[in-house]
Design a binder for this molecule. Structure first.
Ligand code: SAH
Length: 258
């Protein structure tokens, strides 16, 4: 079977990395795990040893044929994770409490993250293999934030568990990988709160080359002088770009802008 590049098929061939993923997921027999893209099932097999039940969503029919991991703990769903009705799938399988553990297809990393951050039933933990650069962007390794990093941080605490070299995969991809773990905050902000924060954040990032001041003035249709006043009162430099602000600064800013 020839791996499909278009489906982001790079199969993990590194036992150590598999162990690290499973350990980070901190599984027990009472826990449900949702896996995206089980592929040849290397991770699925490890998950079955530790978890209660596993739901695995796989898009490639050829793999579903091969997977046939006959086990009453495992249910394979044929489909595209971005097209399934996620809340319905979770409800039907009594899976509203679950952990998301996966070596995901990298071409839809952002979409997958957004889906699980915004869905009605959010995972109680996420352990994902992602492209190294994406993982570093999410943890703000260079101290620069992004819409992606802020939306993840709004939801939880994020850390890089370890790096996984490209040679650990077949076929060998052009990028290295990292295992990230996202632990939800104990107290989640309300949907309205998140929505209003993300609105301001998106306006602030609208034109990455422009200053925060200019993006806010344009996006909020407010006088520049007014925005300047608010930035100054929040001790935010007038020349900064959105990427320099921390989540707390965004929250304070939003409170004054509203
Ligand atoms: N977890 C396996 C495979 C990772 S490769 C391993 O670690 O070896 C990514 C997997 O995601 C492939 O099996 C691919 O077919 C599957 N996939 C790609 N796009 C998908 C989508 N939209 N929905 C569900 N699965 C998808």
């Amino acid at each position: 079977m020839k791996p499909k590049k278009s489906l982001g098929q790079n199969f993990l061939r590194n036992k150590e990395a598999l162990t690290k993923i499973v350990v980070a997921a901190d599984l027990g027999v009472e826990q449900n795990v949702l896996e995206i893209g089980p592929g040849e099932g290397v991770l699925t097999v490890e998950l079955m040893k530790k978890a209660g039940r596993i739901l695995a969503v796989e898009k490639d029919d050829r793999l579903i044929e091969k997977l046939k991991l006959k086990n009453e703990k495992l249910k394979i769903i044929r489909g595209d994770i971005l097209e399934v009705n996620l809340p319905k799938l979770l409800e039907e399988n009594s899976f509203t409490n679950y952990k998301l553990v996966a070596n995901i297809p990298y071409y839809i990393t952002g979409k997958i993250l957004r889906l699980f951050l915004e869905t009605q039933y959010q995972p109680s933990l996420m352990v994902l293999l992602t492209q190294k650069e994406v993982a570093e962007r999410i943890v703000e390794k260079d101290n620069k934030s992004s819409i992606l990093s802020l939306s993840v941080k709004l939801f939880g605490w994020v850390e890089i568990i370890d790096y996984v070299a490209r040679e650990s995969f077949y076929p060998v991809p052009k990028v290295d990988s990292a295992i990230i773990k996202i632990t939800p905050h104990l107290h989640q902000k309300s949907k309205e709160e998140i929505k209003s924060l993300m609105r301001i954040i998106k306006i602030g990032f609208a034109s990455p080359r422009k200053t925060l001041l200019n993006n806010l003035a344009a996006g909020l249709n407010k006088e520049k002088l007014k925005i300047e006043e608010i930035l100054v009162s929040n001790e935010i430099d007038l020349n900064v770009r959105a990427e320099s602000l921390s989540l707390v600064q965004w929250e304070n800013l939003r409170n004054k802008l509203e």
